[in-house]
Design a protein around this ligand. Structure first.
Ligand SMILES: Cc1cc2nc3c(=O)[nH]c(=O)nc-3n(C[C@H](O)[C@H](O)[C@H](O)COP(=O)(O)OP(=O)(O)OC[C@H]3O[C@@H](n4cnc5c(N)ncnc54)[C@H](O)[C@@H]3O)c2cc1C
Length: 455
């Protein structure tokens, strides 16, 4: 007899793990099936390992600039082996913690490849063995994988994805990054700090094209100071790995060379084909179609996270998990407000934004006033010798409310959740907030006052 569960979650990334925990907290019998490692992309090949490398990179850059604030350090050099060891140990530690959390919530973690045969039946394959498990409800949280360019296939050695870039055996002398989006720009910061000659090639007209134009330009200027070359508005046509160093050919015939080529042009949902066919799941290209409860076209089968292609962010996946888990355990919860999910980019300097961008408002013909605050005028930023960047608050004039905030500067990501709480607040409420002194948050106050005038 197949073991039966109230809810089976497939994929133990941030989305799946959160969904499993919430269902268990509502007293459901839960199984969490994972083909590889608990924590998914985020813990094993994404957010966490990349932030660990960025932390080492940031410390190295600070050490090199320490003399500017009166600290003489004779030399600061990266020990790549130790950096990698630390990263692996941190990842392993969090895997252990997540496994313990699952156990504490009586979630049965099953290792194997899951295929849904029918709305209530899942086949799990592992080491040539196959078991069937039953489920009243299913949550698909199967994540995503890097997009591979047809003319520049990954070889795992020279032409690599973000996964290999996190664990290179040595610091390369040079690296070309195809794609100036979030992951490409964060990787550029890691390797440029470590001493790699980094060149980014971005097909669109600026770096970080999903953000406002001024953000991409500011980041490009700051990247120049780190020694990162950015070529924008041009495509790579081919890569020749037979030569050493590898040759990358651009649309205009220009050739650039590097030891490694990181292709970072976005991610594509991972959705098991057999499952899609067996359930006849409604798809929109590679993504699973869901309704406002995150239920797929098959009642009782939910989908969340990168698999539904909404935010491609870990905290987007966990927010969706909250809604799907509620509905899968009999609590009626509707769609979330994507306008309140912050976007965070851990570059040097960092970028964080929430709500509508200035460019999007202009494109939609919304009348806005933009207030600005500058890090170079902020006491804490000056004290810390981190003065690059600015904060822009976008106020919709007719509603007299903030509709978006974009921040570029040191630890800007830490203010993203606070910025989200300002969206839609009345001027009376905005005027009641006291910003502690001296903190970077006072730059937000400057931008709010600049957008609204004195309260
Ligand atoms: C380098 C990098 C850096 C990133 N940095 C950030 C960041 O700083 N902040 C942020 O918010 N986001 C970041 N992201 C994005 C973030 O990692 C993803 O948005 C997030 O992991 C998505 O969570 P998920 O639960 O949907 O899927 P995933 O984390 O991808 O997990 C899906 C899991 O499902 C498993 N699986 C798939 N199919 C099956 C199957 N049939 N059977 C069993 N198991 C299966 C996979 O093995 C995987 O473990 C980063 C991504 C990358 C690549």
């Amino acid at each position: 007899m197949a073991e039966k569960f109230d809810v089976v979650v497939i994929g133990a990334g941030p989305g799946g793990a959160r969904a499993a925990r919430r269902c268990a907290q509502r007293d459901a019998q839960v199984a969490l099936v994972e083909k590889e490692f608990i924590g998914g992309t985020c813990l094993n090949w994404g957010c966490i390992p990349l932030k660990v490398l960025l932390a080492s990179a940031h410390t190295l850059l600070s050490a090199k600039r320490a003399a500017e604030i009166g600290i003489d350090i004779s030399s600061a050099t990266p020990n790549w082996h130790k950096i990698q060891q630390r990263k692996d140990a941190i990842v392993a530690g969090f895997r252990k913690a997540m496994t313990a959390t699952a156990k504490a919530h009586k979630i049965k973690v099953i290792t194997g490849w899951a295929v849904v045969n029918k709305p209530n039946q899942i086949k799990v394959e592992s080491d040539g063995q196959s078991i069937d498990i039953g489920a009243e409800r299913i949550i698909l949280a199967t994540g995503s994988k890097p997009i591979e360019l047809a003319n520049i296939p990954f070889d795992g050695q020279t032409v690599i994805s973000s996964k290999e870039a996190l664990s290179l055996p040595q610091i390369p002398k040079s690296m070309i990054i195809i794609g100036g989006g979030v992951i490409g720009c964060e990787m550029a910061c890691v390797y440029a700090a470590m001493g790699t000659k980094v060149s980014i090639v971005e097909a669109l007209s600026r770096l970080l094209p999903m953000e406002d134009e001024w953000v991409g330009r500011l980041i490009e200027r700051e990247f120049k100071k780190l020694g990162i070359d950015s070529t924008t508005g041009i495509k790579v046509t081919s890569v020749d790995t037979k030569t050493t160093p590898t040759k990358v050919v651009l649309e205009d015939g220009q050739t650039i060379e590097a030891e490694k080529v990181l292709v970072s042009v976005g991610r594509r949902p991972t959705v098991d084909k057999e499952t899609v066919e067996a359930l006849n799941l409604k798809m929109n290209g590679p993504t699973i179609v869901v309704n406002e409860k995150f239920e797929t076209s098959v009642p009782g089968v939910y989908a969340i996270g990168d698999a539904v292609g909404t935010t491609f962010l870990a905290h987007g996946a966990t927010t969706e998990a909250e809604v799907a888990a509620a509905n899968a355990t009999g609590v009626n919860r509707q769609m979330i407000d994507y306008g309140l999910i912050p976007r965070v980019i851990f570059t040097f300097p960092e970028v964080a934004s929430v709500g509508k961008t200035e460019d999007a408002c202009k494109a939609e013909g919304i009348e806005i006033s933009v207030g600005k605050g500058f890090f170079k005028g902020n006491g804490r930023s000056v004290a810390h010798n981190e003065t690059a960047g600015q904060i822009r608050v976008v106020r919709e004039n007719s509603a007299n409310r903030i509709v978006g905030i974009t921040m570029v500067g040191s630890i800007a990501t830490e203010f993203a959740a606070f910025a989200a709480t300002l969206i839609g607040l009345s001027p009376e409420k905005l005027g009641q907030i006291t910003y502690p002194h001296p903190t970077i948050s006072e730059t937000i106050e400057d931008a709010v006052i600049d957008a609204f005038g004195p309260f």
